[in-house]
Design a protein around this ligand. Sequence first.
Ligand code: C2E
Ligand code: CA
Ligand code: CA
Length: 276
Amino acid sequence: MYTPSAGERSAATSPLKGELLHAVERDELVLHYHPIVDLREGKVSSLEALMRWKHPSRGMIPPSEFIPIAEETRHIVRMGSWALTRACADAKKWPDEIKVSVNLSAVQIECCDIYDVVMKALEKTGLPPDRLQLEITETVLMRDHEQTQAVLKKLHSLGVTITLDDFGTCFATLNYLRSFPFKKIKLDRSFVRDIPEQHDCLAIVKSVGDLARELNMRSVAEGVETAASLAAVHAAGYDEAQGFYFSPPVPNRAVERAMNQCKQRMAVLNTPATSW
Ligand code: C2E
Ligand code: CA
Ligand code: CA
């Protein structure tokens, strides 16, 4: 049974609805970047672009409040294209080995030629396709299986990494894993947050890590908030991890400092657990 989230319920009546249209034009949207750490290499492999709305009177508005409205009104098409181009332009200035991850909404794939949007962003910024990762959730796949599959395959063949985001929160996941060219699975933070206290979460974390390995996909654990959960996802063989333990999402100007902090936080894996 489908239950709308608080954000979706408020979308229809939100006073933000009318203002959102002008947010791109008025240059009120900003991207913050959240590091993703390669657990084998011990350093940042990519940064995920997360949208924020710098509202003139309400201050910084988180995406949970305005993305549902943007999807309902389809403004997300324009906002998403902006985010993609901005993220590629920022990434072009980072070291070559650092990739950028951009979230794609189901509405963007449905309402526009996303292949064309991605190509234009890459051409305009000069970012090589293999430095771009696109994160999609299962809702993208649930809408129009065949068309989406064709677009994702085209992007995949260009060298763009397609990541399945929020893994474990929807239906029919295992079926999608067979039919789409995912390179990475990102386990939802709700499972990672409660380890090591919750035995069932740890069991799921371990099983998804094994599943990714068997399918030749990379695994990413999201929502790592403590040294103990980092140790657990590391022990479960995850390739990458992301979360507030390493760093919060930061503005582009603070990316270098955040990357150094992530490296330092990795040191905990080499110290005995009793000293955490
Ligand atoms: P998401 O793609 O699952 O992004 C991860 C969210 O989890 C981010 O919240 C991030 O700050 C948060 N997070 C990561 N690690 C931790 C942790 O250790 N602890 C806690 N408590 N939280 C953590 P944020 O930035 O509020 O984004 C929320 C959602 O908004 C995103 O979820 C994504 O679905 C959507 N979103 C953000 N930017 C964009 C965008 O440019 N386009 C689209 N279509 N959606 C976006
Ligand atoms: Ca994401
Ligand atoms: Ca996620």
